[in-house]
Design a protein around this ligand. Structure first.
Ligand SMILES: C[S@@+](CC[C@H](N)C(=O)[O-])C[C@H]1O[C@@H](n2cnc3c(N)ncnc32)[C@H](O)[C@@H]1O
Length: 205
């Protein structure tokens, strides 16, 4: 992928979604949305160290909301999979994407690769990853990088510790000073991309 076109695209995608943040205050706080410009900085670092790549990385957002993280990640990974328990929230994806594509076309950005797969399901339901596998070919054991924006981070950590492959990574977004710790996962980086917002864990090899 052309470097300057990618940079421009990441900026356009981030600007579009970051001007449409959800639930930052009030009763909808549980539905906060990732700041894509910060996540993009994290991904630049992971890509530069070879930890993720468009040729081989399978990524899963375990509570994907309107799919914005998946849209950004589609440029950085081979498969960008999202799982969302709330169908109403997930349904926003089509509209957002429909608004974004003309902006990318007009401004000279790249359209997202056809590697985004979103599922209405619970990430904690065993059947969900069977469905993911049948539709994408990716099994839970094949996932390289899991993601959550705080939601159920401790339960997802347990699932990763039990079921993911050794060496699988887990990026937890939304922490600043007080980092979570998981008994069965190693802390790889307390501050990915120097954004003060995301920590990276790994299942021991
Ligand atoms: C804080 S939001 C983050 C959305 C998105 N990942 C982002 O960063 O913009 C967490 C989302 O996880 C969803 N969620 C909660 N429990 C879930 C589960 N068991 N499986 C899948 N999604 C879940 C919520 O409905 C919510 O949309």
């Amino acid at each position: 992928m052309n470097r300057s076109a990618l940079d421009k695209t990441v900026r356009l995608v981030s600007e579009y979604f970051d001007s449409r943040k959800v639930g930052c205050v009030g009763a909808k706080g549980f539905r906060k949305t990732t700041d894509l410009s910060k996540l993009a900085a994290c991904m630049e670092e992971l890509a530069s160290t070879g930890l993720i790549s468009p040729e081989r990385t399978t990524f899963v957002d375990l509570g994907c909301g309107d799919g914005r993280v998946n849209l950004l990640m589609s440029y950085f990974v081979r498969l960008s999979i999202g799982i969302e328990i709330d169908g109403e929230i997930l349904s926003e994806y089509a509209r957002r994407r429909g608004e974004l594509i003309p902006i990318l076309d007009r401004e000279g950005g790249l359209r997202p690769p056809e590697n985004i797969f979103l599922f209405r399901a619970s990430s904690l339901d065993e059947k969900t990853f069977e469905q993911v596998r049948s539709e994408t070919g990716a099994s839970l054991e094949g996932v390289d990088l899991f993601y959550t924006y705080i939601t159920l981070h401790d339960l997802f950590a347990e699932k990763i510790a039990l079921q993911a492959k050794p060496g699988a990574y887990y990026l937890v977004y939304g922490f600043s000073r007080v980092l979570p710790r998981y008994d069965a996962l190693d802390l790889v980086s307390p501050d990915v991309g120097a954004q003060g917002i995301a920590a990276l864990f790994r299942k021991p090899v």
